[in-house]
Design a protein around this ligand. Structure first.
Ligand code: NDP
Length: 247
């Protein structure tokens, strides 16, 4: 069987790295997207993955820009092949209560965490529909489901992501393309470790499983959703949050 081609935005980040490895282990040809200014870091990341036995490519693309996202997709298509699997994983936080939030902090999070889904997915959807196959996974967050103090920007973007998932899932269901959301709880990456330790301890105390998730636990769920056999799950929001929020 032909190896599937997967593009993972934010692929060199904490969760993205685990997703890239998981998909490579499944036999996919995986390309990790990175911020164009991070070329050297991305090349060295790729070398590290190779050394560890994971054959993963890298491609530059700023997901806040429609043009840059288009160039990223076209480069993958030209050098690797048509994209079968898209994982929208790039994301940032700029936490502040709304009363203190600056306009640029709002815009940065909405652009990176929500507008990015349009910027990248719009560039691959036509090809997937034409070929009659596709797997799209959008990485949201438990804080998009329940809200979080200090994260009006992030919670709004992440809630919006699942709206995007559900609408697009309906549009392309008859064409062999599934679209799903994965909503992680707190994962042990630099993003969660940037939360002050005292607050992190309070958060962990609220998690029924009593610990942060590993990036691999998120990647395993993404791996399930992108499997060719996972053809009847679409428009779903899969929570991987240790029981922090149940719906
Ligand atoms: P990381 O910061 O490790 O990874 C985020 C990735 O996104 C980085 O590789 C980053 O690149 C990339 N990125 C940021 N801005 C852009 C941009 N404009 N264009 C392209 N890429 C960009 O965080 P995580 O791995 O923890 O987060 C991954 C996803 O999971 C995010 O969407 C996050 O919101 C979500 N999530 C994380 C949770 C956690 O607890 N860690 C919990 C729930 C959801 P660079 O490093 O070069 O800036």
């Amino acid at each position: 069987m032909q190896r599937k081609v997967a593009l993972v935005t934010g692929g060199t980040g904490g969760i993205g790295t685990a997703i890239c490895r998981e998909l490579a282990q499944q036999g996919c040809r995986v390309v990790a997207g990175y911020v164009p200014s991070d070329r050297e870091v991305a090349e060295s990341w790729r070398e590290t993955q190779r050394t560890l036995g994971h054959d993963v490519g890298v491609v530059a693309g700023d997901v806040t820009s429609f043009e840059s996202s288009g160039e990223m997709v076209r480069e993958v298509e030209a050098n690797v092949g048509p994209i079968d699997i898209l994982v929208n994983c790039a994301g940032i936080t700029r936490d502040k209560t709304l009363r203190k939030m600056e306009k640029d902090q709002w815009d940065a999070v909405i652009n990176t965490n929500l507008n990015s889904a349009f910027n990248v997915t719009r560039q691959v959807i036509e090809g997937m529909v034409t070929r009659g196959y596709g797997r799209i996974v959008n990485i949201s967050s438990v804080n998009g489901q329940r809200g979080q103090f200090g994260q009006t920007n992030y919670s709004a973007a992440k809630a919006g992501i699942h709206g995007f998932t559900m609408a697009l899932a309906q549009e392309v269901a008859s064409r062999g393309v599934t679209v799903n959301t994965v909503s992680p709880g707190y994962v042990a990456t630099s993003m969660a470790l940037a939360v002050p330790e005292e607050i992190r301890k309070q958060i962990v105390a609220q998690i029924p499983l009593g610990r942060l998730a590993t990036p691999e636990e998120i990647a395993f769920t993404v791996g399930f959703l992108v499997d060719t056999r996972c053809a009847y799950v679409t428009g779903a929001n899969i929570a991987v949050n240790g029981g922090l929020y149940m719906s």
